[in-house]
Design a protein around this ligand. Structure first.
Ligand SMILES: [Fe+2]
Length: 150
């Protein structure tokens, strides 16, 4: 079974793009509080509301990343990394589907301790994705792949 990060490192700021970073990070803090409450067996929480807010924020975050001003410009500058960008976009789709699955669990179970671990694993997957994305962007800056204008 994959190792998940400790709670303190798992629920760090997202590293999201500047325009939505504050809002997404605020929601991730709510998810952290939700995780802690669920893991403690508390039922006075609203997992449906928190995860719905996360769905809205992530959908916007991914849409902005996939837009012409970010991934579009990136691929124009570095067409050799288009495949990596396409993989990131696919991961966005998979993460939203996974989050919808988690929300379906919430509908079925209500505020249950069983939701704690899948919630943490989802946030871990998001951070792993964001790190992969940051690495690709960094690679583009550091590497001249011979296809860019410089
Ligand atoms: Fe992304």
């Amino acid at each position: 079974m994959e190792q998940i990060a400790t709670v303190s490192t798992l629920f760090m700021p997202s590293g999201a793009g500047p325009s939505v970073r504050g809002r997404l990070d605020a929601t991730l803090l709510e998810v952290a509080e939700l995780y802690t409450a669920l893991a403690a067996g508390r039922t006075d929480v609203d997992p449906s509301g928190v995860l719905s807010a996360l769905r809205v924020d992530l959908e916007l975050h991914f849409a902005l990343e996939e837009g012409d001003a970010y991934f579009g410009a990136f691929v124009r500058d570095r067409p050799g990394l288009a495949h990596g960008v396409a993989e990131l976009c696919e991961e966005h789709t998979v993460m939203l589907e996974r989050l919808d699955g988690l929300r379906a669990m919430v509908t079925a179970l209500g505020p249950s301790p069983e939701l704690a671990e899948p919630t943490a694993r989802f946030v871990q997957a998001f951070h792993d994705h964001e790190h992969k994305e940051a690495d690709l962007m960094q690679e583009a800056v550091l590497r001249d792949d011979g296809t860019g204008p410089d």
